[in-house]
Design a protein around this ligand. Sequence first.
Ligand SMILES: [Zn+2]
Length: 392
Amino acid sequence: MLSSASNRVLTFTLQFSSSLKFSPKTHIDYRPRSLHSSIMSSASRSSPREALLDDSGCGGPITLEEWQRWGCISPVPAMVNAVIQDLKLLENNIDAHMVFGGNGGKLQGDFKIQEDKKHRAKYETLADSDKKFQFYSARQIACRLLGSRGYLCQKCWLPMEDCMCSNVKPSSLWHGIKFWVYMHPKDFLRQNNTGKLLWQVFGVQAATLCLYGISEDEEIMWNAFKDAGKAKVWCLYPNHNNAPKTVQDAFSHQTSADMECAYSLTNKDRPLNFVLIDGTWSNSAAMFRRVKEQAKLAWGEEDIPCISLATGASAMHKLRPQPSWDRTCTAAAAISVLAELQLLPECSTHGLDKQAEAVEDALIVLLEVLTTRRLRMGRSITRKVRHSRDIC
Ligand SMILES: [Zn+2]
């Protein structure tokens, strides 16, 4: 149960006041999550467990229903099911069970040794780098799915005993905006991922998961972008080759007639699309490169418009009440986009401040759950003195 504001793990409040100054000097680049914070980057691990059977009880492939319950909107990726089939075949052929540990997606024991050899051999047979990359992504996702079955809540991606779903209040996102959570496979089904909060709050149509390297997902996202047009796609990424714009730079210079057109009801099928790169900082460069490559395929030019969050230090320090807080997490980036748009007169009537607050509330719930969980396991909530041994 969530306690009152004074007892919250985090007591920050985003200020949506007009005193927030936008100046190129105060830009803070939105950086996908770094690995230097504690709670947000070190999920609570559990003891090894065997892969569970699927819904049908036969240990078969992922069904569409199971896939979409995890938050995906695409058809089940063919390559993910192919990997699962290979894993099952291997399990039948050798006398070792699939055992998962770590954060859910890591194979362990004898099976891991055999599977390592097998997937490396398969990788070598793949002719081009894109196929290799897609296989890598599919394998990551397949292992995470199998390792999380029956263990994680499919909605909040937390171990079932810590399910936070009943504490998340849904909100509708203004129809003029759509978020795309472009997620690295290693972040899929991570307990401490914050991108997932966006569709928990806004629903999967308003905040859509797109898994990096999964062609079914990327196709849906890029079809939507092509349909919306380049002017309606913004990537939150500090693109240093091409000076990123602040929300205000990007939108406030438009005449009110343009804004009216951009946001009008008649245009509701083509909202402003914001791509949030949801991966560690070290993975995000490759992810952004792929966005640029696909932009080139779609529009013939690589330079995808980028937004840098301009929220100045005066507001940002409030986002960091304790060292474990990472101001650059994906949910915080979405909060900032909404908060900055709210400051534009043209957008002030869409309740974006309330929508930002809804994400903030969900973030607080998540941090509280992760903190409680770690403490319950006897782990420190700061990384430095964290116990290295898995005890759960
Ligand atoms: Zn849940």
